[in-house]
Design a protein around this ligand. Structure first.
Ligand code: C2E
Ligand code: MG
Ligand code: MG
Length: 768
């Protein structure tokens, strides 16, 4: 029979033994009925109330035992311990012994007291019959067999001895061997059953279990309470690089791990870390743990604790998954083009460096760098070469940042460098300036050379105050200042910038409200013939009267509207108003409307213009549209196509602020334009500055050579006007010398003035 080292049955086998005692209840009923029938019969024959008492006792005992059996059925024995099982075994034995003792006593009474042969025969027959069935019912418990058969037989022995007859004495002596033979029979049945039936089954199950265990994709180690290996499958040996047929049974887990580390030459530190990881797992820390044995091997271990302190460790090879995750992480963390950390990872690195490396009161710096005119590179050389240039810039940045600083690419042509752990801010600023200067210069990419300057914005804060988003916003503000004032320079953040930023945000929200409330208006500035005799066209200029700040310059709010994506709303408004107002002017006076670069990003600018003309009934010949040079540079092909289409519909196109934009004159020839509006910067100081005046004349000559009309903007003084007219630089003059912008009604009056002869006094009274 299968017993453990202490000679006891394994708990699960013991449980089935005890359970077997509570089974076969039908034989119990049959036994009870035969006892009742026998004792009743004896009672009827002998009229001895003792047997009636036996009958009642048998029934009561049967009822009590049935109740107890029902209680047994209701018990949950999952995980039951030996003590519980023994308690139920004892309960059964008490019930059984009570029943057999009743039978035994009835026999003893018949033998010694009534001495009636019928009673003796009936009682002894039914008791010995019960003894035979006792083996079949109770073979599961050795104690039950011994106690039940003893309790049935011993009263018979006592009865026989009480007769004092020598023959009866011999009979009494013969009965105990009978008890022992019953006991031996039950033992034989039990042993046979275990060894030939159960053991065979167990062997089959063990074989199947072994096959299943060794065909698992997971490695499995079962440990006992002392962390010694009880069961190990072949996969475990393979995964731990121990070969496939190593016998690990009985070996402590720590020894096996040490052996694995030696075989894989992992070194003491690594081995110790792995051992600690598994130790935490085994001790019930996390339910699973990922162990990176080497770059080529990562195993994920899970632990499952069983009730008897045994632990099942399962583990699988997750190297492919870990490597895929690493790859994904690398893709997420690093910019694919440059290999620099991308925005989020850069933020993470900067944050970690700010708090871990430097003492909290040391300064750290964040520098944002923007490649000036990078868009132009993309537009003129294409994105592939643009990408190569970005790579070359990233390489230089990485080299200049070195080990002390962290470089990253935030987006497009915007880079960032974080400077951690510096002792004093003067030194830090110097280092940042050196890096910034180093970034300027010649870059070679895809066979081309580019002379690059980079605008910078920087912020320096205490390491403990560093918050990436906050510092980035500040550095961004500083960068915007650089871009606006000093392209290629580097500006440090100042708190006023923050105030300016908030102010701008407030103005943006006010502008949105003003647009919604229709609070914007339009003024017109006339363009005169050089002699000032006649107005040929009026430029429509948007006006915003802020309720608290007064008039806001269009240069300010148009830029805000562009940033907010609302500028086309303003174009729509001005265009409509301009066309309506122009209808009230003499038929030979046109109106000129400014377009924003962003108007060309929408596909419906042509529709907008056409529909407005249709709606107002203004002839297309009376509408001029002004576009700046930068507008043409932004998306040359698209803008040209749109302008050509508009021009074909009879609209006049003017280039505004000529001379301030990108100074590539070669585009002029190909452009569908009619008018060149020479910027007022060419006019300033022409009385004293002969070179500037030559430039102005040159611009006028260029316009004429290209068959374009030249409008000179910003003429303020009579002297300037005189010079311009003396050298015939302009076809039309726009400037304060003749008239400032004024309301539409004033234009109507101006045009009706006798001979429309201009007078500066008239116009200046209408300044809007
Ligand atoms: P711009 O299109 O070049 O308009 C001419 C600007 O020069 C006007 O400034 C005008 O008042 C100013 N100006 C005219 N004569 C003189 C002069 O003799 N001396 C000086 N110093 N300035 C003179 P304003 O109205 O402040 O407009 C500035 C810019 O705002 C405009 O320059 C234009 O680019 C933009 N803008 C104005 N209204 C609109 C609009 O409705 N849509 C768009 N997209 N831009 C607009
Ligand atoms: Mg203009
Ligand atoms: Mg202009």
């Amino acid at each position: 029979m299968m017993r453990n080292e202490r000679g006891a049955l394994p708990t699960d086998v013991y449980l089935s033994s005890v359970s077997s005692l509570y089974e076969h209840r039908r034989t119990l009923v049959v036994g009870m009925l035969s006892h009742v029938a026998t004792f009743l019969l004896v009672y009827l024959k002998s009229a001895d109330p003792f047997y009636l008492g036996c009958t009642i006792a048998v029934v009561i005992l049967w009822m009590l035992r049935s109740l107890d059996m029902a209680r047994f059925d209701r018990q949950d024995f999952t995980g039951a311990d030996r003590a519980t099982l023994r308690k139920w075994e004892n309960r059964y034995i008490v019930g059984g012994v009570s029943a057999t003792l009743t039978c035994g006593i009835a026999c003893g009474y018949a033998i010694a007291v009534t001495q009636d042969s019928f009673s003796q025969l009936a009682c002894i027959s039914v008791t010995f019959a019960s003894m035979i069935s006792l083996v079949g019912r109770n073979y599961g418990s050795e104690r039950a067999v011994l106690l039940l058969s003893s309790s049935a037989c011993l009263p018979i022995v006592v009865g026989l001895l009480a007769l004092g007859d020598p023959f009866m004495l011999v009979l009494a002596i013969l009965i105990p061997p009978f008890i022992f033979s019953t006991w031996a029979m039950a033992n034989n049945v039990r042993a046979f059953l275990y060894e030939n039936v159960l053991a065979a089954q167990i062997r089959t199950i063990a074989g199947q279990f072994d096959a299943a265990l060794n065909n698992m994709t997971h490695g499995l180690l079962m440990l006992d309470g002392d962390n010694r290996i009880v069961v190990a499958n072949e996969r475990a040996c393979v995964l731990l690089a121990l070969g496939d047929k190593v016998n690990l049974k009985g070996r402590p887990l720590a020894d096996v791990l040490a052996h694995v580390c030696r075989r894989m030459s992992l070194g003491e530190e690594k081995g110790g870390a792995i051992a600690r990881q598994l130790d935490r797992l085994v001790k019930g820390g996390p339910s699973h743990t990922l162990v990176h044995i080497s770059d080529e091997l990562s195993l994920e271990f899970s632990a499952n604790r069983r009730n008897n302190a045994e632990i099942v460790l399962t583990f699988e090879d997750v190297t492919a998954r870990v490597q895929a995750e690493k790859q994904i992480l690398r893709m997420v963390r690093f910019d694919r083009l440059t290999g620099l950390p991308s925005r989020d990872y850069f933020a993470e690195l900067a944050h970690d460096a700010a708090i871990s490396e430097g003492a909290p009161d040391r300064d750290v710096g964040l520098l944002l760098l923007d490649v000036a005119e990078f868009k132009h590179v993309n537009d003129t050389r294409g994105h592939v070469i643009g990408d190569k240039l970005i790579q070359a810039i990233a390489d230089r940045l990485r080299a200049l940042a070195g080990r002390d600083a962290i470089a990253g690419r935030l987006m497009g042509d915007e880079f960032a460098v974080f400077f951690p752990n510096t002792v004093d801010s003067a030194d830090l600023e110097e280092r940042i300036q050196i890096l910034h200067t180093g970034m300027h210069g010649i870059y070679a990419a895809a066979g081309f050379t580019f002379n690059i300057v980079m605008s910078g914005g920087l912020v320096i804060v205490k390491g403990s105050d560093f918050r990436f988003e906050d510092s980035r916003t500040k550095a961004d503000l500083a960068l915007s200042e650089t871009k606006a004032r000093d392209k290629g320079g580097c500006t440090a953040f100042e708190s006023e910038m923050d105030a300016r930023y908030r102010d701008r945000q407030k103005l943006k929200s006010d502008l949105r409200n003003a647009l919604g409330a229709g609070a914007l208006s339009v003024s017109y500035q006339p363009m005169f013939t050089p002699d000032g005799a006649r107005v040929e066209c009026c430029e429509a200029l948007a006006r915003w009267m802020h309720p608290e700040r007064g008039p806001v310059p269009p240069a300010v709010f148009i830029q805000l509207a562009e940033e907010m994506g609302l500028v086309t709303e303003i174009t729509r408004l001005v265009l409509l108003q301009a066309c309506r107002d122009c209808l009230a002017w003499p038929a030979d006076v046109s109106v000129s409307v400014n377009l924003s670069v962003l108007d060309f990003r929408n596909d419906d600018i042509i529709d907008l213009v056409t529909e407005t003309l249709k709606e107002t009934g203004l002839s297309s010949a009376r509408l001029h549209l002004e576009v700046t040079e930068s507008c043409l540079m932004d998306e040359p092909v698209k803008v040209c196509a749109v302008l050509r289409e508009l021009r074909e519909r009879g609209i006049t196109i003017a280039i505004d602020d000529f001379g301030t934009g990108y100074s590539n004159l070669s585009y002029l020839d190909a452009l569908p334009v009619d008018i060149l509006k020479i910027d007022r910067s060419f006019v300033r100081n022409i009385g004293d500055d002969a070179r500037r005046f030559k430039l102005l004349c040159g611009a006028g000559d260029l316009a004429r050579a290209l068959d374009l009309k030249a409008v000179v903007e910003g003429v303020e003084t009579a002297e300037e006007l005189h010079l311009i007219n003396a050298y015939r630089c302009a076809d039309l003059i726009q400037g304060f010398v003749f008239s400032a912008p004024m309301p539409a009604s004033a234009i109507a009056v101006l045009c009706k003035t006798d001979g429309r002869k201009n007078s500066t006094t008239t116009s200046s009274s209408h300044i809007a």
